[in-house]
Design a protein around this ligand. Structure first.
Ligand code: ADP
Ligand code: SF4
Ligand code: MG
Length: 373
């Protein structure tokens, strides 16, 4: 068990609430760029309890990585404007200095990135990359760190761990390298793990193996996990709940089963349609979502999905839909014409009559898109 650091009273900014390990409130991250202010994360709130897994899903560029890094405080402060709160066990992380944050990185929260080659040092042996953190954070002796490194490599399914300690990253396959980065992330016993597109660069079979590994380790260690991916299929059977992100905001959130059974947000529906079919999962996407996400320097006034939405009406273009509660507990969505309601069918009919191209997509894809989880 990791050493408890930064307890609530120590920083004087804590507010205990419920049993959430992580409680993010109205988090915003804006980059100042020559083009203007990029609102990459815009008012995100979410909570996560110990031992639970949440999937953070959305197309590339919608703010998933910036959100994850903002929570972990891994973004450089230069040219970045932040707002909101990140409570970790009641401690407000955004108020901490970088040196105070160091006591959380590794031992409390860790991240696995998409490309193991960028997180591994190419000129350092695997063994040293694993033992450095153990010695530094857990104050283990050289031999105890080596024993622990061997155990970790075994935990993540690396054959002949003793031999691997003396190898360099380039001597391993992509899948094995990702296993090593997972071992490093797990090494100091974090209670919260972010996996940011951790399997995206891998082929489908290895992807499934790594996802199984993450799931098994999350379970065995009772960690909370944020599984970040652009692919709704990846999180289908592996998460307790899912938060769908679009253009810097969470637009739908629900327990995983509820989301697949009764999604309300047209963007979620469009993501589902873009999951490869079960019978053809390694090949073409079923239907890419037409159009592109909006420019985050000048996001549209109303619903940010309006330009691409099959059901969009005049109201959507002028009035931003707030995140509101659905019937099922824990389910919320932001949409004026939610999927599965009479208003939604009416909106589709109106758009078909008007000849809106986006509306044709729903007709063409009706009944398709079983999650390939
Ligand atoms: N350092 C940065 N400076 C300016 N804009 C950035 C920076 N990092 C990310 N962005 C922008 O923030 C948005 C969200 O990016 P990101 O979180 O990486 O998306 P995702 O992980 O969902 O693919 C994108 O529009 C991206 O261009
Ligand atoms: S129906 Fe309107 S509010 Fe709902 S997603 Fe489409 S554009 Fe947005
Ligand atoms: Mg990303």
């Amino acid at each position: 068990m990791a050493k408890r650091v930064g307890s609530a009273p120590e920083h004087g900014v804590s507010r205990e609430r419920g049993r959430a390990l992580l409680d993010v409130r109205d988090l915003g991250t804006t980059f100042n760029t020559p083009r203007g202010a990029v609102k990459a994360v815009d008012g995100v709130s979410l909570g996560l309890a110990q031992g639970r897994t949440i999937g953070l899903v959305g197309e590339s560029g919608c703010g998933k990585s910036v959100l994850s890094r903002s929570i972990m405080r891994l973004l450089p402060r230069r040219n970045v404007l932040s707002r909101g709160e990140v409570l970790y066990e009641g401690t407000e992380l955004t108020a901490l200095s970088e040196s105070q944050m160091r006591r959380y990185w590794g031992t409390e929260m860790a991240m696995v990135f998409q490309d193991p080659m960028t997180s591994l040092n190419p000129v350092m042996k695997i063994g040293r990359q694993l033992t450095e953190g153990l010695r530094q954070h857990l104050k283990l002796s050289r031999s105890a760190a080596k024993d622990k490194a061997l155990e970790l490599l075994g935990d993540v399914g690396i054959p002949e761990p003793a031999r691997r300690l003396d190898e360099y990253p380039h001597q391993l396959s992509g899948g094995m390298r990702q296993r090593v980065t997972i071992a490093i992330a797990l090494s100091c016993g974090p209670r919260l793990l972010f996996a940011d597109e951790a399997t995206t660069a891998l082929d489908v079979t290895v992807q499934a193996q790594i996802l199984d590994l993450l799931q098994a380790q999350q379970d065995a260690r009772h960690m909370a996990m944020v599984l970040v991916t652009h692919d709704l299929g990846v999180v289908a059977g592996r998460t307790d709940e899912i938060a769908v992100m679009y253009a810097g905001k969470i637009v739908e959130r629900a327990p995983t089963r509820v989301l697949f059974a009764d999604m309300k947000m047209p963007y979620t529906e469009a993501l589902l349609r873009s999951i490869p079919r079960l019978e053809n999962r390694s090949h073409t996407r079923l239907q890419a979502i037409g159009g592109r996400p909006p420019d985050l320097v000048r996001p549209p006034k109303g619903c940010r999905f309006a330009m691409r939405c099959p059901y969009a009406q005049e109201r959507c273009e002028v009035e931003e839909p707030p995140l509101r509660d659905a019937v099922a507990p824990g389910h919320s969505y932001a949409c004026w014409y939610p999927v599965g309601t009479p208003e939604n069918s009416e909106a589709l009919e109106v758009n078909l009559r008007r000849g809106r191209a986006q509306a044709q997509v729903v007709i063409a894809g009706a009944g398709a898109g079983a999650p390939a989880g």
